[in-house]
Design a protein around this ligand. Structure first.
Ligand code: ASP
Ligand code: CP
Length: 311
């Protein structure tokens, strides 16, 4: 396994073999999960702490499942009932957990860069579960695994990432991963929701959905991240749906065998029509969630191999 670091803080900086090895290992975990088997000795004696300062359904649950399927002791810290409310800082909270000999620390935080800061202060391996508008690396891995299962390879695919690119860490991690692996990435959305530095990221920018979706192999929809918006960057939800919501008419210009993705949580009728979200052959949204567990098992496995045994 070629993975180069003690932590997983970002996709940016990883090279094709690092990503390919992680995806191969995740694929083997996907098969193991489908067979109903577990590998409870791999992380036996290891402690994983989930530290989520922002809401989560999929990421937190799947890290918990992944840790348990590999035999780790998993603790979900409830930030809302923790001493953070008594004024304890992020670093003091992390040092406290570190003193309890935590091996793997999974953190989600509203501040971009918070996991990187923690990684310099604790002995545990730190995994970024989403930091501000920066990155959500395990989301990009599970998206890539889902795409690879449907399309065989990431090389040469046209992937349209649509909606609120500016506030999306999912978009950023996916752009880094997919361009590194040879896909052609388009970002599609209103000018107010496309970051100024988009072209520097190696993507093509579209403001018209049908132009951006034309002949795409993969259509990835994103939620409007209103919690990170200041001011009126979008018109009404109804108007947004009319121009940028994915419905059958807009999807018709993509390749006939294109797949539709969404990291979740979805806002039906805002960025995606229910008939598309639930489409039996085109939507792979459920499979993304399944691959999330497999990818997180792969990441925990790889990082735990690099930890000293006697912590
Ligand atoms: N769940 C993803 C994230 O935390 C996407 C979203 O919330 O819209 O970044
Ligand atoms: N995709 C994703 O990160 O979902 P949650 O916010 O529910 O974890």
């Amino acid at each position: 396994m070629s993975y180069p670091s003690k932590h997983l803080l970002a996709i940016e900086g990883l090279e094709p073999p690092h990503i390919a090895d992680l995806l191969d290992l995740a694929e083997s975990y996907a098969l193991l999960n489908r067979s109903g088997k577990t590998q409870r000795d791999l992380l036996k004696g290891r402690t994983l702490i989930n530290l989520f300062f922002e809401d989560s359904t999929r990421t937190r649950t799947s890290f918990e499942l992944a840790g348990k399927r590999l035999g780790a002791d998993v603790i979900n810290m409830s930030v809302s009932t923790s001493s953070v409310n008594k004024g304890e800082t992020l670093l003091d909270t992390a040092s406290t957990l570190n003193a309890m000999q935590c091996d793997l620390l999974v953190i989600r935080h509203a501040q971009s860069g918070a996991p990187a800061l923690l990684s310099q202060k604790v002995d545990a391996a730190v995994i970024n579960a989403g930091d501000g508008t920066h990155e959500h690396p395990t989301q990009a891995l599970l998206d890539a695994l889902t795409i690879r299962r449907h399309k065989g390879s990431l090389q040469g695919l046209v992937v349209a990432i649509c909606g609120d690119i500016a506030h999306s860490r999912v978009a950023r991690s996916n752009i880094h991963l997919l361009t590194t692996m040879g896909s052609r990435v388009r970002v599609v959305g209103p000018p107010t929701l496309i970051p100024a530095d988009a072209a520097r990221l190696g993507v093509e920018v579209f403001h018209d959905m049908k132009a951006g979706l034309k002949d795409a192999d993969v259509v990835m929809m994103l939620r409007l991240q209103r919690e990170r918006m200041s001011g009126g960057l979008v018109p009404s939800a109804r108007e947004f749906f009319r121009f940028y919501g994915l419905d059958a008419e807009k999807l018709a210009v993509a390749k006939p065998d294109s797949i539709v993705m969404h990291p979740g949580p979805m806002n039906r009728g805002v960025e995606i029509d229910s008939a598309i979200a639930d489409h039996p052959t085109r939507s792979v949204i459920g499979e993304q969630v399944e691959m999330g567990v497999a990818c997180r098992m792969a990441v925990l496995d790889v990082l735990a191999r690099r930890l000293p045994r006697n912590r």
